[in-house]
Ligand binder design. Sequence first.
Ligand code: NIG
Ligand code: FE
Length: 389
Amino acid sequence: MTTTAIVNIGNLVTNDPELGEGPLGQIKNAAIVVEGDKVVWAGPSADVPATDEAHDAAGRAVIPGFVDSHSHLVFAGDRTEEFNARMSGRSYSAGGIRTTVAATRAASDEALEANLKHHLAEALRQGTTTFETKSGYGLTVRDEERALRIAKAHTDEVTYLGAHIVSPDLADDPAAYVDLVTGEMLDACAPHARWIDVFCEKGAFDGDQARAILTAGKAKGLLPRIHANQLSFGPGVQLAVELDAASADHCTHLTDADVDALASGDTVATLLPGAEFSTRAQWPDARRLLDAGVTVALSTDCNPGSSFTSSVPFCIALAVRDMGMTPDEALWAATAGGAQALRRTDIGRLSPGARADLAFLDAPSHVHLAYRPGVPLVSEVWRAGARVA
Ligand code: NIG
Ligand code: FE
């Protein structure tokens, strides 16, 4: 197999503390060797082994490709009017999801897939090399199943979110909808998905319903993750830890007991600052979680309602400016943290054995992602050892 050395890297983030400085394992004047789809060597340029080919990073920084562990990309239409109204003072509510459900049901498979591919290409150009995505805008057996089938053609990290809101068709009978989500819909969806998720929130599903839904999913072999404590305090975070969910997502309204629960378990707290930005809500307190020893991930939550951004760099800038994270912590959260939220060890790092997913930055280091917000610094992207953008 051909070996390629990427040389002249101004600053390399490996996320392997044994390879370089600090928790990010940073190496200045670095090189990295790729063989097939894997990293086989990383270290100082001066020590790079002989390879078949060389690629000049020209002093740019190189980081692991972003792992966006939370998005909702199978949808049709947009919610410009709702956003406009919010920016004139109206508040966000889960009810807006119905608008996207109607548009998604009316769209063809081809239209849904084209929209998904459009957003994936957008994310890739901004350095995202792994993404998770969910159903949740179909809410019928047919529409949830096809959303997951379409998603599965583009990623292994597919999440069944039939429990996004109670389907408008069964608005008067939420118990019947929970039966559907845990019965016929689950049977149809489980073969396409790795994960099961539930929106545990007032106006969506309460703690008992969420427990029943996630437990049914686990019995079918799906792994749990939860939309928890986004709009208000509630049982979601502690339920996530109780069920050993890979991730509790949002974590905006947390009691001390919620923070303690997260610190005591293996559930990652995934923060989604695009949502607070686009709904003008209070920021999740990343500092409080990190100081308590909780593992934090950062993701986009890309969806047409609460967070219509595919940009991980934008989320990093918000997290650093407004959520108390250092640039190093934010970079780790958006790469290794995302990998941990997906229970993956092959991505989110650039050490031997990892998949060769890299983003090159037109900058001396990753700190510029927050220091130069809104500037398209990602200038080249590799996934599984091949240049893709
Ligand atoms: O993660 N919170 C629930 N679901 C999405 C929003 C979906 C929508 O508004 O369309 C979220 O923010
Ligand atoms: Fe979400």
